[in-house]
Write a protein that binds this ligand. Structure first.
Ligand code: HEC
Ligand code: HEC
Ligand code: HEC
Length: 142
């Protein structure tokens, strides 16, 4: 009897800890985060059929600790610190394939990510600083 009481107390303490961590939204996710194309994303036609999606893109937050959260999560200040997914509705939420017409449209998932990720990596590379990948196959690996 005593033993099971202790066990349930321990259990309750553990659950409280887990809940506290979940509430703390200021924590960046672990390095197992993989950015996938949103559901329903269209691709360019190839031989009359839509081409397959690119492989998904792993994104390690810990390697980006030198960058301000708000530089990437650029709406968080306006949203009172809340972090939205980049593809939330009203944001970079176009599911159209990239074409001549929308090649500069920042609503496109592809354009939004490429502008942010590749531009920064390229600029750092130019300055011979530690940087991330700029080649398709080095980002689209999953
Ligand atoms: C710095 C990392 C990075 C590099 C380099 C990169 N991409 Fe992406 N790309 C992303 C991310 C992140 C997304 C959004 C997640 C997704 O859709 O897979 C994306 C999305 C896409 C999409 C739209 C969705 C899909 O899967 O079809 C296409 C097409 C694409 N990339 C093609 C390319 C091509 C071609 C290159 C090389 C010229 C390239 N990417 C280089 C990070 C990168
Ligand atoms: C270099 C860019 C970059 C930096 C810096 C960055 N993040 Fe992120 N973060 C991302 C990307 C990209 C995603 C994936 C967003 C998506 O899938 O739409 C993400 C996702 C997240 C998520 C998950 C959101 C969700 O609803 O699943 C949280 C929470 C988060 N980041 C917190 C942080 C915090 C806190 C910091 C600062 C300590 C930070 N990030 C710094 C790019 C960044
Ligand atoms: C403001 C600058 C900046 C932005 C934006 C940025 N990165 Fe990076 N990224 C870096 C730097 C700096 C490094 C190198 C860190 C190091 O080696 O210490 C890096 C490294 C990486 C690495 C290599 C990690 C490794 O294990 O070597 C990957 C993968 C990566 N970035 C993906 C992305 C993706 C995907 C995005 C967009 C969602 C992105 N980055 C946006 C600055 C940036």
């Amino acid at each position: 009897m005593k033993k099971s009481l202790l066990l349930s107390l321990l259990c309750a303490a553990f659950l409280t800890l887990v809940a506290a961590q979940m509430i703390c939204a200021a924590d960046a996710p672990g390095d197992d985060l993989v950015i996938k194309a949103p559901e329903g994303m269209k691709t360019k036609e190839k031989d009359g059929k839509p081409a397959p999606l690119q492989k998904a893109v792993p994104f390690p937050h810990s390697k980006h600790a030198s960058v301000d959260c708000a530089e990437c999560h650029h709406t968080m200040e306006a949203d009172g610190g809340a972090i939205k997914l980049c593809t939330s509705s009203g944001c970079h939420d176009s599911l159209e394939a990239r074409s001549k017409e929308n090649a500069k449209d920042i609503k496109l998932v592809e354009n939004a990510f490429h502008d942010q990720c590749i531009e920064c990596h390229k600029a750092l590379k130019k300055d011979s600083k530690p940087t991330g990948p700029t080649a398709c196959g080095k980002c689209h690996t999953k």
